[in-house]
Design a protein around this ligand. Structure first.
Ligand SMILES: [Zn+2]
Length: 477
């Protein structure tokens, strides 16, 4: 069919005809592309970017038609059985049309609908087969894009970036909703995976399968996030004598095998494979998620485990509770900060005196027994007159006494183990870049959904959520 030009309506040749085969469309596209190439050659103001945009735009219709054809054929061969209970459907009628936004534009699919007498529900089996159920009208690939972008950047930006890079239009409120739906799905899947990991009895793998004994390193930290669930309730809460809480802890952990830690040629430390857990569901949430993650990473077969963290009480409580056999180590940098606090109590703001005093102690802490450092601090305290400075030093001495067994840095260095919790701290910093932007407020549900998406991505388990990626290794951590 040829489009007829009339003087009042602009002549727009349709890009394709619905009845055209893919081969005809492809041939027509090839002609168009040849034409684009010719025009590009004479356009002195265009570079490769222009032809990239043009070729992509031209090809979109062919790709859309292929996706639509595939979806339609798949819908036609999907048997009329309930996707939930597998019961044959009754009162089946065909060609119920619905349009979906896919990676290449809008596709319309005619599907059959039937009634499940067992579930007492109307069902569209093709929607399940195509991964289109429950969505507000987006294909699995577009659902994935919404989830990934929303977990990496604010939704306002995500919507714009999505359209700019892919041509897919999704209003930001829809993108937000879609990402949260995917996040809920991710949480459900994580719960199942953690349950499975918890069921594997330790040492169930034959010892001879583990070639070299290895240590499992687990690092823990926490950071806070601003949430808005009490918004609009400030006055009523204050009326009840309560302050609305807006800052909440995100508990974070990372785990890796010591033999997966190495250095780049440039000397930068790298960890080739590591697992992450981050949650707004409190310490209980982290305990389950991190244990599941560590088990999947080989905790059950490890020769030993080491937990590293700052001085926060919850870290050691969690380690005692869930990893009672693991060794514990206080982050070296935090230990140094506490020695420095003693130095400040002694020398005030005299930086030179402080540095000269601090240097040998730090070396001693790092290379010799921490016991010597603790004894030295105790001696200093004993020789001090009563007062605020002595109180400050006493506090630090208690800190060192409490953590003394966690400060064997010399042995740690000799075994090539990390003496600091830098790996988890960098994880927290990266997460904070996403979650702590000016003016951002979150809800606990929204936070947890996005954190869960982020951990699936980082743990290279994205394909479990979006199986169309099963052959790709997209996520790098
Ligand atoms: Zn059913």
């Amino acid at each position: 069919m040829n489009a007829i030009c009339s003087p009042v309506e602009p002549c727009v040749r349709p890009l394709s005809e619905p009845s055209e085969s893919l081969a005809v469309k492809a041939a027509r596209l090839a002609d168009c592309l040849e034409q684009d190439v010719r025009e590009f050659l004479v356009a002195s103001d265009q570079n490769l970017g222009d032809i990239e945009v043009q070729v992509e735009r031209q090809s979109r219709e062919l790709l859309r038609a292929a996706a639509e054809k595939a979806a339609q054929k798949k819908a036609e061969v999907t048997p009329p059985v309930c996707p939930v209970c597998r019961q044959p459907l009754s009162r089946v009628t065909g060609d119920h049309r619905r349009s979906f936004e896919c990676r290449f534009g809008t596709i319309t699919v005619g599907r059959s609908r039937g009634y499940c007498k067992r579930c007492h529900k109307w069902r569209f089996p093709a929607d399940t087969a195509l991964g289109l159920e429950e969505t507000a009208g987006y294909s699995p690939r577009v659902q994935e894009m919404a989830a990934l972008l929303a977990s990496k950047m604010p939704v306002e930006e995500a919507s714009t970036v999505l359209e700019h890079l892919t041509g897919v239009q999704m209003p930001r409120s829809t993108l937000d909703r879609e990402a949260k739906r995917q996040g809920q799905r991710a949480r459900e899947l994580r719960r199942k995976l953690d349950e499975q990991a918890g069921l594997v009895p330790p040492h169930s793998v034959q010892p001879e399968l583990v070639l070299e004994p290895y240590q499992m390193i687990i690092q823990l930290d926490a950071w806070n996030i601003r949430e808005r669930q009490d918004w609009g309730r400030t006055r009523s809460l204050r009326g009840q004598g309560k302050e609305p809480e807006r800052w909440h802890w995100v508990y974070t952990g990372t785990c890796f095998r010591l033999d997966h830690r190495g250095k780049t040629q440039g000397g930068r430390p790298v960890i080739s494979q590591r697992g992450f857990a981050a949650t707004r569901e409190g310490m209980d949430g982290l305990r389950e998620q991190l244990h599941g993650e560590a088990m999947r990473r080989g905790l059950g077969q490890a020769a030993g485990a080491l937990v590293i963290g700052d001085g926060a009480v919850w870290i050691w409580r969690l380690a005692d509770d869930r990893l009672p056999e693991a060794r514990q180590r206080l982050d070296f940098y935090h230990a140094v900060q506490h020695v420095a606090a003693v130095g400040r109590a002694l020398f005030g703001e005299d930086q030179d005196k402080l540095k000269n005093w601090l240097r040998p102690l730090v070396q001693q802490l790092k290379n010799q027994s921490s016991l010597k450092v603790v004894r030295r601090l105790e001696e200093i305290l004993a020789g001090m007159p009563q007062g605020a400075a002595a109180q400050a030093v006493e506090k630090e001495v208690h800190y060192f006494q409490e953590h003394q067994d966690r400060m064997d840095y010399r042995a740690g260095r000799r075994s090539g183990e990390p003496i600091g919790s830098g790996a988890v701290e960098s994880t927290c910093r990266q997460a904070q870049c996403r979650f702590k932007r000016p003016g951002q407020y979150w809800s606990q549900e929204g936070d947890e959904a996005l954190l869960c998406l982020e951990t699936f991505w980082r743990n290279r388990r994205w394909h479990l959520l979006f199986p169309h990626n099963r052959h790709l290794d997209l996520s790098k951590n």
